[in-house]
Structures are given as structure tokens and as C-alpha cells.
Design a protein. Structure first.
Length: 617
């Protein structure tokens, strides 16, 4: 099927010629920029979860009031811990497998996960929505445009929840306090802050990878007497406007600082610049920000789609963004995520597809990485008027050292007289806060409000990431002790000593740039095992020690080579803030690739005997 669709005019980019890019000089520049941002404490530069600053981000929900309810005591087939995309897709796959006796347990007041909490002005999906939004064919719908708005995504989530009747079964505003395996009844005892005692046969951990807001541990932060909030708890009562209409009119007489310049900030800053009296954008490391063509969905293209179109598009995105585009394979996505491979293919095609070694191919791909980043740096100086500001906004690192971004208004905002960039790279972060504002290079900047666009917890400390007091398996083994030196699994899904418990996220499995596809596939695998166990009268399923050891050994032998990211990238959540020995480094994955891993897991399912599992009837 020929693709025209929403990307009829594929994004054209003019990268510098190879001879115009001095790679040795750029590598040295990259090293210098990285080194000055490294902090000895790595992830320790962020406040502990117990330090919730001006409000408790785990229990405080500004969007939905907490409704009192009686404690629940019940037996359940499956407890799904989390109601974001991962939990929703787990529920979908369980339903499709014929398992319906389950509940979602979620600390938020509704379904949606990141799309429930994040309601800041300008929020959009920054991946191709036709790939990112799952179940589009099953739901018979399409997003209104390539990069869908956050409110549209939230609303779409609600249609899935209602179609499959998840809502009435869910326990919302409910936080898990303990999980304990009861060998006598072969069930998980799920305890919550609502006093619930849920005896679940199976548990699927769907708490999300980036779900707990983090705050920098800045000296003096508790002294500040003004307004503070995290972008995932945006306070429209203070700023004015609403999620649907972000007219921030209450900021007209306010001086606002926003700390952070990642995916959230580059969307929110243009709105702050438009409405606030004065805006300070506090930046440690700039993001790469390309243009964002965001056409509406073409009705003629929508009408032309044939069954299986979304899976084809998702597979094309995987090849274009993460792997190698075969000759003649079109780039259906055509945005910043796929530019490096798209440009390289265009050059190879112009050369008649010469026979080159894999070593030469990857050398040319590396060169294209430098050329694309140089193009993005040139883009900054063509938009931002002040040379010093433009230079500070240039990203000096490899393409995937930080999440690639796109926005049509971010750089232009720095041409406003009321917007000032505060570059804190020399001190590797904000120096301090005072009662009246923040301190930078000895100057106290008075502000009315500090907005923290500081992201979410990614840490080697599993208990901090999950926020669950105790997780105890067979023979009293704590998961926090069991995984003290990193995850030990079979297929990244289950672990020895913890029967009937399933893990999702970046845990010893295949990596896909499309997170909903990756985490949904994990839910599908868990649902298969659960359905098989229930139908065969198996009460407990657990990897044997031998099978787990064999898989961990194979995974480590085939694991992705992360040396470039760990040794050359600027610190960010991609690198656990430069912590080279991080046990829970975010993107450890199956080296042979996503399709190879899926084939491996599918072959295991097709075997039908659940090899490598201890099965208790």
C-alpha cells in the first residue's frame, strides 16, 4: 500500500556536507560540555520522594477530589497495579484472552497515567500519534493530527476504558503499601492505604517508567515564600486558563521561573512567555528542538487505510528510527525521529546502493549523526536574535543523548523582551534559592513563582522508583534484596521467588522507540501466561532458578552496547545522570533487536508447555 497520508510532504532537511563537519573538534566539544555538567552525586542531586516540597505529589490530586470509600476485602484473579497506558493495555489483553476478573489499582483519580497528570499548557504527543496511540483499528478512530494534543489523548483513553468496562472495577486514589505472597493460598496479598485486603492470584506491575515527579535538591528551596509547583501538577487556579484553553492571564503581573528545558518545558515556555510579565528559563543542558510540521489527518488518506495499517506503520517507525531502513522501504513517519536513517538512505540510493560493510555503514551513520546535530545547532542561530542566548541553546551531544524534540515556538520565545535564559551549566545546576527567588552567580533573582519542569524519577533504587513499602515473595524474599544488583528475570517478565508476578517497563527485554507498543507487548505476554494458568488449573507460575540464570546470562552476552551513551553523553535521565554503574539504567535492552526478541518470546509461547517455569497445581 502506497502511503501518502498526513506526511504527504516528507520533512526535507539540508544537513552540512561531510567535509564541513569537523568530527574530532566536535567530539572534544561534546566532551567538554558533558564534563562540566557531571555531578558527583548523580541522581542524588534530586530530593528524596519523602520531601514533597510544597505539596505531596504522591497523594495530592489537584484534578479529582478524593472520595471516601469502605475498605475492600476480596479474592481476585488479577490485580493490575497502575492505570496508565501499560495498565490499560494489560487489561485489554487480559480481556481478549478471556480473563475478566481483574481490577486496576491506581493512585491517581482516573485512568491515563502520564496523560492524566500532565495537563500543562501546550502538551502534545511528541511521537507520531498514528503509531503511539494504540488500538486505533480496534477502536475505529484516528487522532486529529500527527502530534495529538494531551487533552485529545486523555479523552481517547477514556473511550477505551469505557468500551472495555474497566472504570467501574477500578480502585482509584488508592496506593499500594505492601505486596506479600501467601504460600498457603498461593495468592498475593495486596495492601493499600485505604485498608484494602485484596487476595490476587496474579499481579501485573504497571506503575510506569516515568511516573513519580522529582524535584532538585537545591539549597534553600524550602525557604522560598512564593508559589511552587511541578509541571505534572499544573496549577491553573494560579496561572489562569485551563487545560482546554491555556490562556494564562493571571500571570500578567507575575515573574515566573521554569527550571528544566526538556520535553515538557519546550512546550510550556512559549505560553509562559506569551502571558507572564517576566520569564526566566533555567537551563542546565539544552534540548535539540527541530521544527514540528503537524498537519491534520487527511480524510482521503484515512479512507484509504487497509486492515493492518497501524502495525505496518509501527514496524516502519521501528526500522526508520531504531534499526536500518532496507533499500526501497519508504519512511512513513518523516519527522525528527527518523531523519538520520532517512538522510543516509537517500545518499546511499543516490550512489546506487553500493556494497559496503556493516562497519562502513555505521561509520557513515555516525557521520550523519554529527551532520544532523550540526544542522539543528545552525537552526538555533537562524531563529534566536541574541548571539549569546543562541549559543547557550545549542545542543552539543549526539542525537540520542537526550530526547529529540520538535516545536515551532520555543526558540522564537527567546526573542521576547520578557524572556531570559539562565544558563546554569557552569555550576551543573541551580546554585540556590532564597526567600524571594533563586540565586545565580551571586545575583538574587526575585520571582513570584517557580515551575519545576524537572522530570520524573529514574533511579537505581527500586524502592524509590516503585514507592511500595514491601514486596515479599516466596520464603520471605524481598524484591529489593533479590534485585539489589539489578533485575534477574526470564524474558524480562517474571523472576524466581516471585510466582504469579509480572513486570513491565525497561526490564531485560526488547526495546522499541514506541513505548505503548513495547509495554503493551509485555502485557500481552503476561496475559497469555495468566490465561494458560487459569485454564489449566495452575495456581502458581514461577521461573526456575536454572531458566532464569540461563536467560540472564544470554541477555548479558547480547545486551546493547551502551558505551557511547555512558561515556560520551551529557547527564540526563537517559544516563541516570551520568551514573555509569547504574543497576537500572533505562535503556538496557536485547541487542539483536525488537523483532528478534519478539520472535524468541513467541516461540516460547508456541511451545505450549511454558518451558523453564515451575508450575504448581
Amino acid at each position: 500500500m502506497e502511503e501518502v497520508g498526513p506526511d504527504m510532504d516528507c520533512l526535507k532537511t539540508n544537513v552540512p556536507a561531510p567535509e564541513d563537519v569537523d568530527i574530532p573538534a566536535l567530539k572534544e566539544k561534546y566532551r567538554q560540555e558533558r564534563d562540566k555538567r557531571i555531578r558527583r552525586e548523580a541522581g542524588g542531586q534530586y530530593a528524596a520522594p519523602e520531601d514533597h516540597l510544597v505539596h505531596d505529589t504522591r497523594e495530592h490530586d489537584p484534578f479529582t477530589p478524593v472520595v471516601p470509600r469502605d475498605a475492600i476485602v476480596e479474592d481476585l484473579d488479577v490485580a493490575i497495579l497502575g492505570a496508565g497506558w501499560t495498565g490499560i493495555l494489560a487489561g485489554f489483553h487480559l480481556t481478549r484472552a478471556g480473563v475478566t476478573n481483574f481490577r486496576h489499582i491506581e493512585h491517581a483519580g482516573g485512568f491515563g497515567g502520564t496523560w492524566y497528570w500532565n495537563r500543562y499548557p501546550g502538551i502534545q504527543c511528541d511521537n507520531d500519534a498514528y503509531c503511539y496511540l494504540p488500538l486505533l483499528e480496534e477502536m475505529g478512530t484516528l487522532p486529529s493530527k500527527k502530534f495529538a494534543d494531551g487533552k485529545e489523548i486523555y479523552d481517547y483513553i477514556q473511550t477505551i476504558v469505557d468500551k472495555f468496562a474497566f472504570r467501574d472495577k477500578a480502585l482509584l486514589h488508592t496506593e499500594i503499601t505492601a505486596l506479600q505472597w501467601d504460600e498457603g493460598i498461593k495468592r498475593w496479598r495486596v495492601s493499600t492505604n485505604r485498608g484494602d485486603d485484596i487476595r490476587a492470584r496474579f499481579v501485573i506491575m504497571c506503575g510506569g517508567t516515568l511516573s513519580t515527579p522529582k524535584f532538585p535538591s537545591v539549597p534553600g528551596i524550602h525557604k522560598f515564600r512564593g508559589k511552587m509547583f511541578h509541571t505534572s501538577r499544573w496549577d491553573y487556579d494560579y496561572t489562569g486558563g485551563s487545560w482546554e484553553a491555556p490562556v494564562l492571564d493571571k500571570l500578567a503581573d507575575k515573574t515566573v521561573a521554569i527550571l528544566g528545558t526538556g520535553a515538557t518545558s519546550i512546550q510550556a515556555v512559549p505560553y509562559l512567555g506569551q502571558y507572564a510579565k517576566q520569564v526566566y528559563v533555567i537551563q542546565r543542558t539544552p534540548s535539540s528542538v527541530d521544527e514540528r510540521p503537524n498537519p491534520p489527518t487527511d480524510p482521503a488518506w484515512a479512507a484509504s487505510l487497509q486492515p493492518g495499517w497501524q502495525a505496518e506503520r509501527q514496524a516502519n517507525f521501528l526500522r526508520a528510527a531504531n534499526e536500518i531502513i532496507p533499500p526501497g522501504d519508504p519512511d512513513l513517519i518523516c519527522d525528527i525521529w527518523t531523519e538520520i536513517n532517512r538522510n543516509l538512505n537517500a545518499e546511499l540510493e543516490a550512489e546506487g546502493w553500493p556494497q559496503i560493510s556493516m562497519e562502513e555503514f555505521f561509520a557513515r551513520r555516525e557521520m550523519m549523526d554529527f551532520r544532523v546535530m550540526e544542522r539543528l545547532r545552525k537552526r538555533v542561530e537562524t531563529i534566536v536574535n541574541d548571539p549569546a542566548t543562541a549559543e547557550a541553546l545549542k545542543p552539543y551531544y549526539r542525537f540520542m543523548c537526550k530526547r529529540p524534540l520538535s516545536n515551532n515556538d520555543y526558540y522564537e520565545t527567546f526573542n521576547r523582551p520578557n524572556v531570559t535564559l539562565i544558563d546554569v551549566s557552569a555550576t551543573a545546576g541551580l546554585e540556590a534559592m532564597s526567600e524571594n527567588g533563586f540565586i545565580h552567580q551571586g545575583t538574587d533573582y526575585p520571582i513570584d513563582c517557580m515551575v519545576f519542569a524537572s522530570g520524573f524519577e529514574v533511579t537505581s533504587e527500586l524502592k524509590r522508583r516503585w514507592g511500595i513499602g514491601t514486596v515479599t515473595g516466596r520464603e520471605g524474599v524481598s524484591i529489593y534484596d533479590h534485585w539489589a544488583d539489578g533485575p534477574l528475570t526470564l524474558h524480562g517478565t517474571m523472576t524466581h521467588h516471585f510466582p504469579n508476578m509480572f513486570f513491565t517497563g525497561y526490564v531485560q527485554g526488547g526495546l522499541n522507540g514506541n513505548t505503548t507498543l513495547q509495554f503493551g507487548s509485555q502485557g500481552q505476554h503476561a496475559s497469555h501466561i495468566i490465561a494458560q494458568a487459569l485454564s489449566r488449573g495452575i495456581k502458581a507460575v514461577e521461573p526456575t532458578q536454572e531458566a532464569q540464570d540461563a536467560y540472564v546470562k544470554e541477555f548479558r552476552e547480547k545486551e546493547l552496547d551502551l558505551s557511547v551513551i555512558l561515556n560520551e553523553c551529557t547527564p540526563s535521565y537517559f544516563t541516570n545522570e551520568g551514573e555509569k554503574e547504574a543497576k537500572w539504567f533505562l535503556f538496557r535492552g536485547w541487542g539483536p533487536g525488537w523483532n528478534d526478541f519478539q520472535a524468541k518470546v513467541q516461540a516460547w509461547r508456541d511451545d505450549g508447555t511454558m518451558p523453564g517455569m515451575r508450575l504448581d497445581s
